[in-house]
Design a protein. Structure first.
Length: 401
C-alpha cells in the first residue's frame, strides 16, 4: 500500500455569514475556483494530472447544489479529464474529503487528488436542505435534539461552568488575533477578489481581540428558549434522566461563528510527486471515524482520536499538536479532559469560536492550520478532529516529512 502525502493546503479568509458579511455577494463556486487557481499556480500544476476533486459541503442546495466539486473544476478551467464529487458528513465533511482522497491514493486507484470543502452560510442557510432531523416522529423516536442543546447537555452532565466556557472562548479570540498579528496563516491564506481583481476579503472577519470572560458574561444563553419552550430539554432528559436539569451556558460568544469560506489541499502519491517535482509537506498517518450516542452528540472527537491513534500504533503523548474544532466551547474542553491533553498544545492559533466554522470547509482548514503550525514550530506530528452531527466523530493524524 502506497502512502498519501499532502503537497499543499490553502484556504480563503472566513467572512461573517450574514448579509453584511464581506463574502455574502460571492458565490461558493467562486470561493472554490479562487483556491483551484491558487493550487494550480503555486504548484505549476498541469491540471490534466489531477484525477479527482473531492469537496465536502453540508447544505447541498441552491448555490451549493449539483455536485459543486465538478462544477468548480469546470469553472476554474481545469482539464475536462478531472472528475469531481461532493460529499456530506456534516461538520467534518472537509476532513472526510481529505480522508476519502487519502484512501484512494493509498489503495493505488488514484495518484493526485484535490480535496477540501466549501460552505457559504450567508447564502445557503443551515437546514434549507431539509431531512428527517426536522420530522417530529424522528425526533421523538431517536431523542434527536439540536446541537446547542447537546452542548448544554454535556456541560450540565459533566460539570462545565459558564465561566469555564467563557474563559476558553476568550482565549480562542486572543490566540487567533495573535496568529494574524504574527502572520502565522500567511502561507495558506488566498485572498478573495472580485471580477476586477480587487480584494473582497483578505483576513478572517469575526475575530474580536477585545473579547474577555467579562464581556462574554453579559451575553444571553442562545439555546434556553429552544430547550424550554421548544421542549428539547425534556427530550434530552428522557435519555439522561439522571440529570436534574439542563443548564444553558452556551451563547453566541462561546459557540462557533457562522461564516462563509472554502479550503482545499493537494494530495498525492510519492511517485506522482517525484514526477511533477512537488515537495511533500506531510503524510496522512491514519484516521478514525466513530459513532457515539446521538442525543449527547458532540463527544465523538475523543473516541475517533483514540481509534486513529490505535491505527497508527501511537499514543496521545506521541502527538505534538492538536486541532479540535470549536463547534461549542465544551467540545474541546471535554476532549482535553478525556485524552488528558494540555490546552497549551490544543488550538494554539485559536479556532472556530474566533474565526468561524464554515461547515463543509472547516475540516480541511484545520488540517492546513495544523500543518502550518507544525512547520513553524518544527513539530513532527499533529491530530485534527471534529465532532459531527448524529453523534459521530472524525480524527486524522498527519506526520511531517
Amino acid at each position: 500500500m502506497q502512502e498519501a502525502y499532502i503537497y499543499d493546503a490553502v484556504r480563503t479568509p472566513r467572512g461573517k455569514g450574514k448579509p453584511d458579511g464581506s463574502l455574502h455577494e460571492v458565490r461558493p463556486i467562486h470561493l472554490l475556483t479562487t483556491l483551484l487557481h491558487a493550487i494550480e499556480e503555486r504548484n505549476e500544476l498541469d491540471t490534466r494530472e489531477v484525477e479527482d476533486i473531492v469537496v465536502g459541503c453540508v447544505t447541498q442546495i441552491g448555490d451549493q447544489g449539483a455536485d459543486i466539486a465538478k462544477l468548480a473544476a469546470m469553472a476554474a478551467g481545469y482539464s475536462h479529464s478531472v472528475a469531481g464529487v461532493t460529499l456530506n458528513r456534516f461538520c467534518s465533511s472537509g476532513l472526510e474529503a481529505i480522508n476519502f482522497a487519502a484512501a484512494q491514493i493509498m489503495s493505488g486507484q488514484e495518484d493526485l487528488i484535490i480535496a477540501g470543502g466549501v460552505e457559504s452560510m450567508s447564502r445557503v442557510k443551515i437546514g434549507s436542505d431539509g431531512g428527517a432531523i426536522y420530522n417530529p416522529d424522528f425526533i421523538m423516536d431517536t431523542k434527536f435534539v439540536p446541537q446547542g442543546i447537546a452542548a448544554d447537555l454535556i456541560a450540565s452532565k459533566d460539570g462545565y461552568s459558564r465561566s469555564d466556557l467563557d474563559q476558553f472562548a476568550s482565549t480562542s479570540h486572543y490566540r487567533a488575533a495573535l496568529a494574524w498579528q504574527e502572520k502565522r496563516f500567511q502561507n495558506s491564506i488566498v485572498p478573495v477578489k472580485d471580477i476586477n481583481g480587487l480584494d473582497v476579503l483578505i483576513k478572517d472577519e469575526t475575530i474580536r481581540p477585545e473579547t474577555t470572560p467579562e464581556t462574554l458574561s453579559k451575553l444571553n444563553p442562545s439555546f434556553e428558549m429552544m430547550g424550554v419552550t421548544g421542549g428539547f430539554d425534556n427530550i434530552a432528559l428522557l435519555k439522561y434522566p439522571e440529570i436534574e436539569g439542563i443548564r444553558h451556558v452556551h451563547h453566541a460568544g462561546n459557540s462557533s461563528g457562522i461564516v462563509d469560506g472554502a479550503s482545499l489541499a493537494l494530495l498525492g502519491s510519492q511517485e506522482v510527486g517525484v514526477k511533477l517535482g512537488l515537495k511533500p509537506r506531510a503524510r496522512i498517518k491514519s484516521w478514525g471515524v466513530v459513532g457515539t450516542e446521538p442525543t449527547i452528540m458532540l463527544i465523538g472527537p475523543a473516541p475517533a482520536s483514540k481509534k486513529a491513534l490505535k491505527k497508527a500504533k501511537m499514543t496521545v503523548s506521541d502527538i505534538d499538536l492538536f486541532e479540535v474544532n470549536e463547534a461549542f466551547a465544551v467540545v474541546p474542553l471535554r476532549f482535553m479532559d478525556d485524552l488528558k491533553v494540555d490546552h497549551s498544545i490544543v488550538n494554539v492559533n485559536g479556532g472556530a469560536i474566533a474565526m468561524g466554522h464554515p461547515l463543509g470547509a472547516t475540516g480541511c482548514m484545520i488540517i492546513g492550520t495544523l500543518l502550518d503550525e507544525m512547520e513553524r514550530t518544527d513539530k513532527s506530528t499533529g491530530l485534527a478532529t471534529l465532532c459531527v452531527g448524529g453523534g459521530m466523530g472524525v480524527a486524522t493524524i498527519i506526520e511531517r516529512v
